[in-house]
Design a protein around this ligand. Structure first.
Ligand code: ZN
Length: 256
């Protein structure tokens, strides 16, 4: 059993709640699809946990924004990235730990082929930055291009849009509730079709549901999971920074 998590965004309350559920199951592997940091109030604590617990993480656009430049980020995301960079740099954190953080971020891979799986943060075409959103399912050109880049994989796990669901090769998007929160790769209408699975966001869900989102995959079946967490605490921590935009707190209470 593999647990995939993504888009934690420096939210330790959401991450702890998800890990509590993961730890109740017989999970062989815990893999992060990127955006460990950015937006939220606790980048150091979040990075520490991911570095200790995950087999590996991929590179998200927020890691890339911190490492390179965030000039293409919207203003509120950029404020958060600039603040995050400060938290990962002395004097906010010790020199040795700061070195370990930046070294880890620098080494994050952009994509990974693993057995029947392709793993990226964004899309097969642009593994770090391109969004896949529900309306794209009807865009034949985009879908064809993404599936043409599967490199022999059968299922591609992505994060980035913060909206969970499955995109079938035939051009359909199904939300987790459309499939009863779980589907079998070769079952029913999924038979013989490759799929892109967006696992949603642990730390900043945007599908109108405030609960943290992640998935389990046992090689055949994908389970979409939602976990309640104390987002009021995360909101209070965002406000207490005195630097992160209020909007980043409010959206946790709206799941948008
Ligand atoms: Zn993200």
């Amino acid at each position: 059993m593999i647990a995939f998590i993504s888009d934690i965004h420096s939210n330790t309350e959401a991450l702890s709640a998800v890990l509590a559920v993961v730890d109740q199951r017989k999970v062989d592997r815990l893999i992060c699809l990127g955006d460990i940091i950015g937006y939220g109030p606790e980048p150091r604590e979040t990075l520490r946990t991911v570095m200790a617990r995950c087999e590996f993480s991929l590179r998200g656009n927020h890691e890339e924004g911190a490492l390179l430049n965030a000039s293409d980020f919207n203003p509120r995301a950029r404020v958060a990235i600039d603040w995050t960079k400060k938290q990962l740099t002395p004097p906010a954190c010790q020199r040795q730990e700061s070195f370990a953080f930046w070294n880890y971020l620098d080494k994050l891979e952009r994509s990974r082929r693993d057995g029947e799986m392709l793993l990226v943060h964004g899309s097969p075409k642009d593994p770090v930055r391109e969004y896949i959103v529900p309306k794209d399912a009807a865009d034949r050109a985009k879908m064809n291009e993404w599936f043409s880049l599967f490199d022999g994989a059968r299922i591609c796990f992505v994060g980035h849009s913060h909206v969970p669901g499955v995109y079938l090769e035939s051009g359909r998007y199904l939300s987790p509730s459309d499939v009863g929160n779980s589907f079998e790769l070769d079952g029913g209408e999924f038979k013989g079709q490759r799929a892109i699975v967006n696992i949603g966001s642990v730390g900043q869900p945007r599908d109108g549901d405030t609960r943290a989102s992640f998935v389990f995959f046992d090689g055949k079946r994908v389970h979409f999971v939602r976990v309640e967490y104390a987002f009021e605490q995360t909101m209070a921590k965002i406000r207490a920074t005195g630097a992160l935009p209020e909007y980043l707190a409010e959206r946790l209470a709206n799941g948008r």
